[in-house]
Design a protein around this ligand. Sequence first.
Ligand SMILES: [Zn+2]
Ligand SMILES: [Zn+2]
Length: 243
Amino acid sequence: MRLHNMQIHSALSQCASDEMTMERIIREAEKAGLETIGISDHIDYLDPSREQKLLENFSIRDKLCPPINVQIGCEASQIDQCTIAVDIETAQQLDFVLVASNHYHLSHVENPIDRSPSAYAQHHLQMIEGAIDWGYTTIIPHPFLLTKVRNVNHSAVLASYDRHQLKRVLSKAAKNQVAFELNPRHLKNSPNFFKELINLGQQVGLKFALGTDAHKPHEIKYDQIDLQTLNQIGVRQEHLLAI
Ligand SMILES: [Zn+2]
Ligand SMILES: [Zn+2]
């Protein structure tokens, strides 16, 4: 399988290590045999100066003349169904845009009033649909898992997604060329849900993008366990976004 990693945070993301310079990221990715990588620094609030800073990644990349395909994007938080934390003009300049529809741990992101598993499942599906309707989303990162939400039963959330609604949203994503991320480190805890997701995705022509949400140099590569996980879930080249 030709590998890519579309969720890599550079040192421009506060949560990433200082070692995550563009140069180091490219070196690690090349060493790991990745053909394409995506630099996806966080944008959590509408902030023109932040967007400007991220756009500077283009000239940093170009100066390095990387031997692999390095795409410049962002991971924008979705605040509510209709609000994404990045300006449309900036989104159009970027190579790709990850829209995080489940950054529920951020205090300015709308949470469901009733914080039950089924309310979260319904809310997250609505958020994803909003991200698709927005029109500039390339990939939904870490979909369906609400790992950072405390006091909620995560397997109950996965079980609560209305399968009819889920299939409708996946089909809409496919029509609008929005892909869903598969992070092997997340998949391995809920293999059955993700097997089902890939199956449903295949039925409607949905594409998936691989990502590890790397914040440190050693997190950029896929190790043996990651590759085994992808294999066990049934991920094949034909399911992946052609980047
Ligand atoms: Zn995220
Ligand atoms: Zn991330």
